[in-house]
Design a binder for this molecule. Sequence first.
Ligand SMILES: *[C@@H]1O[C@H](CO)[C@@H](O)[C@H](O)[C@H]1NC(C)=O
Ligand SMILES: *[C@@H]1O[C@H](CO)[C@@H](O)[C@H](O)[C@H]1NC(C)=O
Length: 477
Amino acid sequence: PSSPAAALPALLLVFPQCPRIPYSSTRNFSVPYTLPSFDAGGPVQNVAVFADPATVFVAVRNRILVAGPELRLRSVLITGPTGSAECEICRLCPAAAGGPGSEDVDNILLLLDPQEPWLYSCGTARHGLCYQHQLEVRGSEVTIVATHCLYSATGNSPASCPDCVASPLGTSGTVVADHYSSFFYLGSSVNSSVAARYSPQSVSVRRLKGTLDGFADTFQWLTVLPPYRDAYPIHYVHSFTDGEHVYFLTVQPECPGSASYHTRLARLSTSEHDLRRYRELVLDCRFESKRRRRSAEEDTERDVAYNVLQAAHATRPGERLARDLGIDSSEMVLFGAFAESQPESPAPQDNSAVCAFPLRLLNQAIEEGMDKVLGLALRYPHCARLQVNLSAPVTDTSCWDQPTLVPATSHKVDLFNGRLAGILLTSIFVSVLENVTVAHLGTAQGRILQVGAPPSTPPPRALLPLAPLSPRSPRSA
Ligand SMILES: *[C@@H]1O[C@H](CO)[C@@H](O)[C@H](O)[C@H]1NC(C)=O
Ligand SMILES: *[C@@H]1O[C@H](CO)[C@@H](O)[C@H](O)[C@H]1NC(C)=O
């Protein structure tokens, strides 16, 4: 069964708006909808959407499926198991890429190049190497015409491996074009054994070589310090780029040794590749009940911190929501689908919220927080130094030129005022339809909700119950 939550962007490409139904039916979960679909044959691991002509790439274990409008399946590229006769692209990699005879390939990353008609896929097998797939538009169809294995026979070793991109524990990434080169910004979960051999590093910036046999030998990274690698797991939920920055969203313990988890925004500069200006900020999404508790019966109303991000999407809001947020509708907003976690665990409960963070205000919080760090430098000598190793030497000890957790919290209140109680959101995609900001929310039960934001203005447009119910997707779209 494919995961409808992971397939959200694909669904919206072919079916941007629900059919009109009587308002009285919008809360009837038994209304059937006929939607274009195909069976991916396994859990969807990633989705990438090529805009024109409309094409959806869907990654599952050992396969990349290519579908056109109406989700008609056009072709299938076999990406694994390694060493199998049917995996033709596996033979493009040098023998040095090694790995045991036959490994399944989970396509952890599926990314389109921002400049060229290229698709990248990175798998868990063979130390997490990537392929570049060149696309060609023929009439209304997009086809994969050539594939390169992004791994060089020399230049990679267990101690330093520029071509080892995907971590078996999870990786999120964004490709940015700069001076005719493609730079990969990557965030990977590591533990002590993954970090010890062919490490993908926690956060890294790598330049794709023009020769298309891997990444430049010198790449910049930072990685959690050895004592914390097993006790301080960092889960990279989402990444995106806007203007001069690349952002990662993570769920991690509040500090090393803590059993409480929270969500952070990490910011990297696209003009400074050595990560000294790497900054982190805590994102706080909560519901604050206005009613005072007068009796035990009203005890259900409580303040909730939705501490673990499940999925996110950064985009421009509609005019009404922009006004509510006090920003211009041309500004980017980070929409996060958050959940309350189980006690002392990053595992989510069925209790969700959606918070909207204007990006300009997040950047402002980082700059103001840094001014505070610098102002306090004397009394606060270790700055808010992160427990990381950095590939570039740190020479300036003023805190400005080293990775820093900014001592500020960006605080937002649930857009839906606690009305997503009992629901676990697994994906979010926000678009503007007729000037209204519409959040398309995927749930753990396999439903998709389309809701106007803020929800007070337009009524919920429709609910799309997708049957049969599917298990929760392991990754958000
Ligand atoms: C909900 O929709 C189904 C299918 O259209 C219909 O059979 C059923 O009567 C509706 N239920 C309500 C309460 O309107
Ligand atoms: C680290 O993760 C890998 C991959 O999931 C796993 O095989 C290994 O046992 C883990 N190591 C530790 C020390 O937990």
